[in-house]
Ligand binder design. Structure first.
Ligand code: MV4
Length: 488
């Protein structure tokens, strides 16, 4: 079917895929931009092709350059990793038409899940609980009022083409809904070239719990439990863990079965993640589906003793994946910290530069997925995650202890990292007690909205402010911001 895989990505995920390919006896091709000549994925792949200048649009996002690289190297498949082209239905389609296997779901599945209203509709049909709200797009302000009256305030306006927290607006009453409706629609049109909105009741203090699923081309579907991703700052996950301290075996089974019903409904192919919001009473509601391998997949691999990337590639090879759902159980407690090259004291500003020295922790139950090394220059063009520190232990308490020691042992010189921030979280009694939800960083550590007077009106380079946001100053809640960042 194919025996050579081109990896259309960089960084740690490119290495992760190269390793999986090697173990499966597959040859690998790295592609790289001029900023990545010294990157490890280029060194470790069997072949490599420079595909253009540093800006992603001219390299890692450029269909033509990537397809050409696959054709000249005779690669039969492309693995997109996460970010970049991973959830681009058009790219998956182009691969198909060029006779190249896209390692991921089918183009129509990517497209369907990218349309948040279509995805929600589909899940509803599959019997998956969805957040109460509009039946599809809310066409007019009048319709929005009717739905809001039915489900009750506060409500949230979301962009149909949005996702990941981009272009959402919370409305506490009708007046606010009236003010927000046209603004949100205009923002959505500008940011996503689609003005359509849908409306939902706000789930208060939700937990972000996602279920890992896998489907093969023989009609088998499996779930690998949950990941608790509630520790986020500005919709960027910082810590993920499994099992979730909030989820018991019974809820896990229910959410897993719901996720499988959703996957089966679209005959889903490959690895995917179904994101749920879980309220304080442990009611769970479908939020979005991610049709890619995710940054945080290693905690599931460690806890469940599986290799999701190898399974993903095997599915693309047409192989049958043989698990027994009743044997897929969390055998370990696993936690991941995303180590980013960011200045925590300066609003988490990305801080690219040269890594002068690095020492990573080790020992039993410690896994580090990274692609940086001493002397490596972190280029400013891509995302700031430089390593993932993943631990596993028999209990959550032991995993937390291990993580704390690993963070102490993790030394990076030359650039600031998020490690000091992680240390704070791992010593916080509420985190240790498992007593947290998506509001933790904002309300407990008070960092989500770290804008100081000097910070007012200023944003990081990668985010854009719409005119209305500038008008409102930076007092608006995070939920009301639209960014163009498209990293995980
Ligand atoms: C919500 C919500 C509350 N109620 N929807 C944020 C990311 C995007 N995928 C959806 N998000 C939310 N949708 C309803 N009806 C709260 C959030 C939310 C959130 C969700 C998961 C993790 C962190 C979050 C932080 C702020 C808001």
């Amino acid at each position: 079917m194919f025996n050579k895989v081109l990896i259309a990505n960089r960084g740690e995920i490119a290495l992760r895929v190269i390793r999986a390919c090697r173990e499966l006896g597959l040859k690998t091709v790295a592609v790289y931009s001029e900023a990545d000549r010294d990157a490890l994925h280029v060194r470790f792949a069997d072949e490599d092709v420079c595909i253009g200048p540093p800006p992603p649009g001219e390299s890692y996002l450029d269909f033509k350059r990537i397809i050409s690289a696959a054709e000249v190297t005779n690669a039969g498949a492309i693995h997109p990793g996460y970010g970049f082209l991973a959830e681009n239905a058009d790219f998956a389609e182009v691969c198909e038409s060029c006779g190249i296997v896209f390692i991921g779901p089918r183009p129509d599945q990517i497209r369907q899940m990218g349309d948040k209203v279509a995805a929600k509709d589909l899940m509803k049909k599959a019997g998956v609980p969805v957040i109460p709200g509009s039946d599809g797009v809310v066409a007019t302000f009048g319709d929005a009022i009717d739905v809001a009256d039915r489900v009750g305030y506060p409500v949230i306006l979301k962009a149909v083409a949005g996702g990941g927290g981009k272009g959402m607006r919370i409305c506490r009453d009708e007046a606010e809904l009236e003010r927000s409706f046209h603004i949100a629609s205009t923002e959505a049109a500008n940011a996503f070239s689609n003005p359509d909105l849908y409306l939902e009741k706000v789930v208060v203090n939700p937990h972000h719990i996602e279920i890992q699923i896998l489907g093969d081309s023989h009609g088998n579907f499996y779930h690998f439990g949950e990941r608790d991703c509630s520790i986020q700052r500005r919709h960027q996950k910082l810590i993920e863990e499994t099992p979730s301290p909030f989820i018991n075996e019974e809820i896990r089974r229910q959410m897993g079965q719901a996720a499988i019903r959703g996957a089966r409904m679209v005959n889903y192919l490959g690895v995917g993640t179904i994101e749920f919001l879980v309220d304080e009473n442990r009611n769970f509601y479908f939020m979005e589906m991610n049709t890619r391998i995710q940054v945080e997949h290693p905690i599931t691999e460690e806890a469940y003793e599986v290799d999701l990337v190898k399974d993903q590639i095997r599915v693309a090879l047409g192989e049958k994946i043989e698990y027994h759902q009743e044997n897929i159980k969390p055998r370990w407690a696993s936690i991941e910290c995303r180590v980013n090259a960011e200045d925590v004291t300066n609003n988490f500003r990305p801080a690219p530069g040269k890594i002068e020295a690095i020492h990573t922790p080790g020992g039993p139950g410690v896994r580090i997925d990274k692609a940086v090394y001493a002397g490596y220059f972190i280029p400013p063009y891509y995302d700031s995650m430089i390593a993932k520190l993943i631990v596993k232990a028999r209990t959550r308490r032991e995993a937390i202890t291990k993580m704390s020691h690993c963070l102490d042992e993790f030394i990076v010189e030359g650039i600031p990292t998020t490690i000091p921030f992680h240390k704070e979280i791992f010593s916080h009694p509420d985190f240790i007690a498992g007593n947290y939800n998506t509001s933790f960083l904002e309300t407990t550590l008070k960092v989500a909205e770290a804008a100081t007077p000097a910070e007012k009106g200023k944003e990081t380079e990668m985010s854009i402010k719409t005119d209305i946001e500038k008008e409102q100053g930076s007092d608006i809640s995070e939920e009301n911001k639209v960014t163009i960042e498209d990293k995980e």
